[in-house]
Design a protein around this ligand. Structure first.
Ligand code: PGA
Ligand code: ZN
Length: 427
């Protein structure tokens, strides 16, 4: 049998859920098999994220990605032609070496990630197996999902300072069962907001974007909607939030939160108050800004045994930064975003580092997404415990959840279901 190799790599500019240009890459193998992938884009990005190469200039507000597309069509194509598509680590390393910068600034992480994922797809297609099976073998798990049903911060035009208010199905018999519960709460929340006279237009991640008076009011709405839908908060449905505190952190180390300048200590006391008042809160993300490692670590030492504390903007799916955070005792969980680091292999390394050190991981979409559902397969393959991919609304969000429903159906009795927080001990 002749060896299958990469024949051709090419890319095009397509558009994401915010109407911004993004990269779609094709990897075509010598046997004619195609793998295709498109790349998401964040808004509340961390300083240490790999570089998303944009064209600048006048066209499409400077957000065009034709330079990245061209890098795929020329430099990357020349390099990968004839390479083994089943050696993912080698493919990714060749692109990292070709780029030669520490943050993928030359070729663009958007160019590199598009090709990295398209290679996985092409290899899986050539084997005639689904992506989750190609990457995960027989150790597969349907994740605990977190659904951002009220959008604030930089994802919505309302006055809520925190970015995401999420619900998660704790008690569930199947993935589908949990998802149906979330859908019920989502519809209940809409009814409640309408009754109270709030707008129910959607934010970037499919959650409602009502102009609520405060972040606590948003958490209160979730608590109420869970109850009104007939579930017990904290027992059947849990609550989580992503403060994305970098977006209201000030240069002098204080936080401009809800109209008042507050010290990090005051923010800590505020969060502790929320945890005391709403025992249904099982997870929180980025309570402090990305340069505030000391206060983040202090808060974790005090509260890390009662709640999952995720860091996202501080560590940007970067294995080296994960190691630094672990040494410092910052957070007890890491957010994982493929495009923050830029290749599938490095994302896997980051997950490995987290696991070996007892940190939980939550896989994540970006606020700017496409219809690509790779994230769903990747999460199942990595038995990644947790996934956040927005509300059960908007096609680009549903693309991931509907794929998880299909995967559960395909796996049948083989399905394993993550149980958070019950199977995690933070002590
Ligand atoms: P982003 O938001 O995709 O806009 O960065 C997601 C997050 O902060 O978790
Ligand atoms: Zn975040």
């Amino acid at each position: 049998m002749t060896k299958v190799t990469i024949e051709n790599v090419k890319a095009r500019e397509v558009f994401d859920s915010r109407g911004n240009p993004t990269v779609e890459a094709d990897v075509i193998l010598s046997n004619g098999v195609l793998g295709r992938a498109s790349v998401p884009s964040g808004k509340s990005t961390g300083d240490n994220e790999a570089v998303e190469l944009r064209d600048g200039g006048d066209r499409l507000g400077g957000k065009g990605v034709l330079k990245a597309v061209n890098n795929v069509n020329t430099l990357i194509n020349d390099k990968l032609k004839g390479a083994d598509p089943f050696n993912q680590a080698h493919i990714d390393q060749m692109m990292i070496d070709l780029d030669g910068t520490p943050n993928k600034a030359k070729l663009g992480a958007n160019a590199i990630l598009g090709v990295s994922i398209a290679t996985v797809r092409a290899a899986a297609n050539a084997e005639g197996i689904p992506v989750y099976r190609y990457l995960g073998g027989v150790d597969l798990e349907l994740p605990q999902t977190f659904h951002n049903v009220i959008n604030g911060g930089e994802h919505a035009d309302n006055g809520i300072d925190m970015q995401e208010f999420l619900i998660t199905p704790i008690k569930r018999t199947t993935f589908r069962d949990g998802f149906e519960k979330i859908v019920n709460v989502y519809h209940q929340l809409k009814k409640n907001l309408e009754k109270e006279g709030y707008q129910t237009g959607l934010g970037d991640e499919g959650g409602f974007a009502p102009d609520l008076p405060s972040s606590e009011a948003a958490i209160d709405e979730l608590n109420r909607a869970i109850k009104d839908a007939g579930y017990v908060p904290g027992e059947e449905i849990g609550i989580a939030f992503d403060a994305a505190a970098s977006s209201f952190a000030q240069d002098d180390g204080s936080y401009l939160f809800e109209g008042k300048k507050r010290s990090a200590e005051e923010m800590g006391t505020y969060y502790e108050g929320l945890l005391d008042k709403y025992p249904a809160i099982v997870s929180m993300e980025d309570p402090f800004g990305e340069n505030d490692w000391d206060n983040f670590a202090k808060f974790t030492q005090k509260n890390g045994n009662r709640v999952q504390i995720i860091t996202d903007d501080n560590v940007c799916t970067n294995p080296a930064l994960f190691r630094k955070a672990i040494k410092k005792g910052m957070a007890n969980s890491f957010l994982i975003k493929l495009n923050q680091i830029g290749t599938v292999s490095e994302t896997m390394e980051a997950i490995r580092v987290a696991r070996k050190n007892g940190y939980t991981t939550m896989m994540s979409h970006r606020s700017g997404e496409t219809e690509d559902s790779f994230l769903a397969d990747f999460t199942v393959a990595m038995h990644a415990e947790q996934l956040k991919s927005g509300a059960p609304a908007r096609g680009e969000r549903l693309a991931k959840y509907n794929q998880l429903l299909r995967i559960e159906e395909e796996l049948g009795k083989e399905s394993n279901l993550a149980h958070f927080p019950n199977d995690v001990d933070f002590d």
